[in-house]
Ligand binder design. Structure first.
Ligand code: URA
Length: 442
């Protein structure tokens, strides 16, 4: 077996690692033959020296095969197996609405989601604002819900890609997260282990995303698509804007309310959230050949929303996983809420031209809607609602958003921090599109 120190030395000196060295590293992560210090040293060497495409494919494959690999081929599922993965943002509730839309159009979406990370929210935390929703069902329940609803959003079991689980925890505390090959292998290994046939990536770019610039997001998207193709998982990616909250809410139960209203049509859909959701749905339906192209896929997705079929899939999924049985009924009132709600008002008249989206994500975390430590409890009630989109003209004193908190004192402190994250100017800024780029295998 290659010695850890020799593998680290090779990468430190800028040499490409062999498949045997990469497989030895991944095995050592799981059986703990590699210490935390050695894994951190190699992660830092990879961050500084990079990896060739072939190395990244080998790392992805080895991590995917480091634990259980799901196989849906004999599960009797009614359509192609596809998932969407986002690199994370603020107010990003797309998964909650996209999975049932695509399921209503004939695909099967076994979506393995995560908890909030840093300033970004997590789909699992949002789902747990529904009383009784089971994020860790048995394999039999997972399969049954997929057969019945066509989608099931659940958490990853510790047995999927355990090498990534250990490496990610080490990267998180050693400033080695921001490496394109490490991010690529981390995301794709979990998707391949989940037994997907197709994947669509939503790579976010902007001040609320992990990639601050469109160029960085494009590089990551290109690498994800190319490595996934070589590893046998056909993948497309959209680069989408994260320079503002997506939709009108950020915070777990508030986002769930927005998602339910989006599906049922009980409230007008926020246009940027709708655009991202439909574009991703179009890509998922095209890559699975349920639609001839993404445009036609978008039309199918719109029809599934309009007919109520997508809302019905969502209700079936929630029921099947132990959540409330009346989630799709008009004005479902089963979400936790707080009475401590205040408005953030415009200090002067003008146009809302910028927001520090990351800072707003941190406001939500500090309100108790996210975690500072993995074991922290979440307060599902708190967060931001009625967030105005960039480009809105406002009068002095007009509400820019509402803050929902566990107490009035916390609401006031959060409102002050939220106000400091917003810029009002004397003229409208340039309107930025929400879909910034599309990357398909070359
Ligand atoms: N999300 C992941 O799953 N892994 C990374 O490395 C970064 C984001």
């Amino acid at each position: 077996m290659p010695l850890p120190a020799e593998t680290i030395r090779a990468k430190r000196d800028g040499r490409a690692l062999s498949v045997a060295q990469i497989e030895g590293f991944v095995r050592g992560l799981v059986d703990r033959h590699w210490s935390e210090g050695q894994a951190a040293a190699l992660a830092m060497a990879i961050l500084l020296k990079g990896m060739t495409r072939a190395e990244c494919v080998a790392l992805t494959r080895a991590m995917a095969n480091s634990g259980q690999v799901l196989d849906w081929s004999r599960a009797g599922l009614p359509g192609p197996v596809v998932d969407k993965h986002s690199t994370g943002g603020v107010g990003d509730k797309v998964s909650l609405v996209l999975a049932p839309i695509v399921a209503a159009c004939g695909a099967v979406v076994p979506m393995i989601s995560g908890r909030g990370l840093g300033h970004t929210g997590g789909t699992l935390d949002k789902l747990q604002s529904l009383a009784g929703y089971e994020i860790a069902p048995t394999r039999a329940t997972f399969r049954r819900v997929l057969r019945d609803a066509g989608c099931a959003i659940v958490g990853a079991s510790g047995r999927l890609a355990p090498a990534d689980r250990r490496l990610y925890a080490i990267r998180d505390v050693t400033a080695t997260v921001e490496s394109v090959p490490l991010i690529t292998a981390s995301i794709l290994s979990k998707k391949i282990a989940a037994g997907l046939q197709f994947l669509v990536m939503d790579v976010k770019a902007g001040n609320g995303a992990f990639c601050p610039t469109v160029a960085a997001a494009r590089e990551l998207a290109g690498n994800l698509v190319a490595v996934a193709a070589t590893a046998g998982l056909p993948t497309r990616a959209l680069v989408t804007d994260m320079n503002q909250v997506l939709g009108r809410t950020a915070g777990n139960a508030l986002e769930m309310r927005e998602a339910i209203d989006f599906l049922t049509g009980d409230a007008p859909r926020e246009p940027r959230l709708e655009a991202v959701t439909l574009a991703l749905a179009g890509e998922m339906l095209a890559i699975t050949q349920l639609a001839p192209d993404p445009r036609a896929g978008e039309r199918l997705a719109r029809a599934a929303l309009a007919s109520g079929a997508a809302a019905d899939r969502f209700a079936r999924m929630v029921r099947g996983l132990g959540g409330p049985s009346n989630v799709g009924s008009p004005r479902f009132a089963g979400l936790p809420c707080t009475r401590h709600v205040i408005e953030v008002r415009a200090p002067n008249a003008g146009w809302l031209v910028a927001m520090d989206t990351r800072a707003l994500g941190i406001v939500v975390v500090e309100l108790g809607g996210g975690r500072a430590h993995a074991s922290d409890p979440i307060d599902p009630r708190v967060g931001l609602s009625n967030v105005l989109p960039l480009g809105t003209r406002v009068a002095r004193g007009e509400p820019l958003m509402r803050v929902h908190a566990a107490s009035m004192a916390r609401a006031e402190a959060a409102a002050a921090r939220a106000a400091a994250a917003l810029v009002i100017a004397g003229s409208p800024g340039a309107a930025a599109p929400v879909i910034l780029d599309r990357v398909a295998a070359g």
